[in-house]
Each structure stands twice: as C-alpha cells, then as structure tokens.
Design a protein around this ligand. Structure first.
Ligand code: C5P
Length: 202
C-alpha cells in the first residue's frame, strides 16, 4: 500500500488550499488543511480560552465552526501559532494524518520543514502580496463578508510578517522544496504545474 506524503507550504492566499484540494482529488489522496487547526485554536482564544488549553483539547467538531474563515480568526490563528506549546500539541495529529494509507496531502506553513521533513514531494507555493490580497478579497467578499481591499492586504502582510519571523517553525521553503509562483498563473495552470512536479518527483 502507498503511504505517499505531499507537503504543500506557502504564505496566506498563495493558492495552497486550492492546489492541495485539486491534487488530493486527482490522486485520490486524503487532504488536511493544517491552517484550520490553528484557526480553530485562534477562534477559541477569541471566545476567552487559553491558547495552550485550546490546542491540547482540540476536537474534530472545532474544525467545523462557522467563523474560521474570517480575517479576525486568521489573525488570532497566526498569534497562537507563535506559541511552541500550541504547535507541539498539534504535531501528532498531523503526522498521523500524513502516514495514512492511500496517500496524504497536507498544506500549511511548516509541513515540509517540521511536520513531514521526509515527505515524498514538497511544494512551496508563493505569489506577490498584492495578488494574494486581491484573491483573498474576492474570496471573502464573495462569501458575503464585509471587508475592504486595504484591510485584506494589511491582514495578509501582518500574517506573513508574523509567520516568517517567529522562532518556532517559521514559514520558509524546505531546502528540497519545489517553488511554484502562482502570481501569473490561472488556477488550472497552477494545479497542472503542481501535478507535473509531483509526477516527476514521487
Ligand atoms: O493557512 P491559513 O491561512 O488557514 O493559516 C492560518 C494561520 O495559521 C497562518 O497565518 C499561520 O500563522 C498558522 N499556521 C501555521 N502552521 C501551519 C498552518 C497554519 O503556523 N502549518
């Protein structure tokens, strides 16, 4: 049986989520959006929980809360994500998922560097901050959220800054990651490039 692990990392709104979902579907692999774990912990802190308690007691239902996609929760997620004990509490679940029979795609910030340093294929998906903010703006406003372009750009930049400069598991490409810049690619082109890279590497 195959236990192939594909790690897809990158900054906010670079296209990781879309690419990961499409790749997992094409290959018949399971997909874990690890950002959801941090968002669920962040959401709990916004309603008064202590971050480490929230991470150690996280339940699968918590990943289905309605507000996890809001910019407020995204900011809270990146704040709890700097705490070493929060990250440590989420490691086992992610590694177990990565070892699933039938193959797994995990997307996040530290999958190729910390969670799955032995992943079979590592992609690092990037795009300019402006392109990423525009995509996230269209996504959020399309979902009926009352956000402005400036607000979304500020959110993306603040999270990049925090994610890249933290001591614990900072956002950076693994040495053996393949970089995919999606700034000038359509979704279809980005997915095709990811699939071609995976095919050539696995
Ligand atoms: O990917 P997403 O935007 O949902 O992630 C929300 C936040 O969670 C990120 O800004 C980052 O701070 C944190 N995160 C992380 N490590 C991961 C996934 C997400 O630190 N593997």
């Amino acid at each position: 049986e195959t236990r192939i692990t594909i790690a897809i990392d990158g900054p906010a709104a670079a296209g990781k989520g879309t690419i990961s979902k499409a790749v997992a579907q094409q290959l018949g692999f399971a997909h874990l959006d690890t950002g959801l774990l941090y968002r669920a912990v962040g959401a709990k802190t916004l309603s008064g929980a202590e971050a480490v308690d929230a991470a150690t007691s996280l339940q699968s239902e918590d990943l289905e809360a309605d507000n996890l996609r809001t910019p407020e929760v995204a900011q809270a997620a990146s704040k709890v994500a700097v705490i070493a004990e929060v990250r440590a509490a989420l490691v086992d679940f992610q590694r177990a998922f990565a070892r699933r029979l039938g193959g797994a795609v995990l997307d996040g910030r530290d999958i190729g560097t910390v969670i799955c340093p032995n992943a079979d294929v590592k992609l690092f998906v990037t795009a300019s901050a402006e392109v990423r903010a525009e995509r996230r703006y269209l996504e959020l406003s399309g979902n009926g959220l009352d956000v402005s372009r400036d607000e979304v750009l500020a959110d993306v930049k603040a999270r990049d800054e925090r994610d890249m400069n933290r001591a614990e598991a900072p956002l950076k490409p693994a040495d053996d990651a393949v970089l995919i810049d999606t700034s000038n690619l359509t979704i279809e082109e980005a997915v095709d490039m990811a699939l071609a890279t995976i095919k050539s590497r696995r």
